[in-house]
Design a protein around this ligand. Structure first.
Ligand code: APR
Length: 234
């Protein structure tokens, strides 16, 4: 198989072995929290303090997590592969860039950025956010929010992602349950454009039947092995 352009979609399962909880596995984030309360614009309008508390807790928990062997393998692939490699992540953590990935798109935003709903300026952010936190740019209080994409909002960089999917000849999906669109639809788009499609996940995802190939196991085992196969096979 000769692939000049690889697009890799990643989800929460990639970071699970770094100690970051997934969303829909048993004991995952959505088993403990109602996403309508903490991950929708309506939930934020109803109770912004509750939403800030949820993201402050996650931001603080993420401060000590480190990339695992799967993040490192994907960074190695980008650095060593003779073709083009892009990672499109649904994850809001900073573990891909921590491992060294540079061709990276955060389609669901970033936990370590804050967005002002008034002036729409986004900036790196590592502290807690509260309902009284002023925007450093426009000074308005009460409009700061984590720069993450909530349910009902349009993911970031969709035009760029669609361009990459159109040109990809290999599409790999890693650690995502395939429940959330538009990301869950990328496999069908890539396939329609002629790409070979591979799922690397702990278990068959919702979209398993859409992939030409699937390897099931823990990300820290199957991702480095698949990267080795790509680097040796080229
Ligand atoms: N290795 C590989 N895969 C794993 C591992 C692991 N160690 N642990 C769990 N998984 C798999 C699970 O089997 C599951 O299929 O990762 C997937 C995680 O699925 P979700 O929890 O649904 O996470 P994700 O698909 O990334 O969620 C998409 O939903 O709530 C939103 O915005 C949030 O970006 C997120 C989006």
């Amino acid at each position: 198989m000769t692939c000049d352009r690889i697009v890799i979609l990643t989800g929460a399962g990639l970071s699970a072995e770094s100690g970051v909880p997934t969303f829909r596995d048993a004991g995952g984030i959505w088993a403990k929290y109602d996403y309508r309360d903490v991950a929708t614009p309506q939930g934020f309008a109803r109770n912004p303090a509750q939403v800030h508390e949820f993201y402050n807790m996650r931001r603080n928990a993420h401060a000590s997590v480190r990339p695992n062997a799967a993040h490192e393998a994907l960074a190695r692939l980008e650095q060593s592969y003779p073709g083009e490699v892009w990672v499109v992540t649904q994850n809001v953590d900073a573990l891909h860039e921590g491992a060294g990935s540079r061709n990276l798109i955060h389609m669901h935003g970033e936990l370590f950025r804050a967005l002002c709903g008034a002036c729409e300026k986004s900036r790196p952010w590592h502290e807690d956010i509260g309902i009284e936190t002023p925007c450093p740019a426009c000074g308005k209080k009460g409009a700061m929010r984590p720069d993450v994409v909530w349910f009902g909002e349009m993911p970031y960089h969709m035009e760029r992602i669609r361009e990459l999917l159109e040109r990809a000849d290999l599409f790999i999906s890693i650690g995502t349950s395939g429940n959330v669109y538009p990301a869950a639809g990328f496999v069908a788009e890539a396939r329609a454009n002629g790409a070979h499609t591979v799922e690397l996940n702990l278990e068959p995802s919702e979209g398993r039947s859409l992939f030409a190939e699937a390897i099931h196991g823990k990300a820290t085992a199957v991702v480095p092995a698949y990267v080795d196969h790509l680097l040796v096979g080229k």
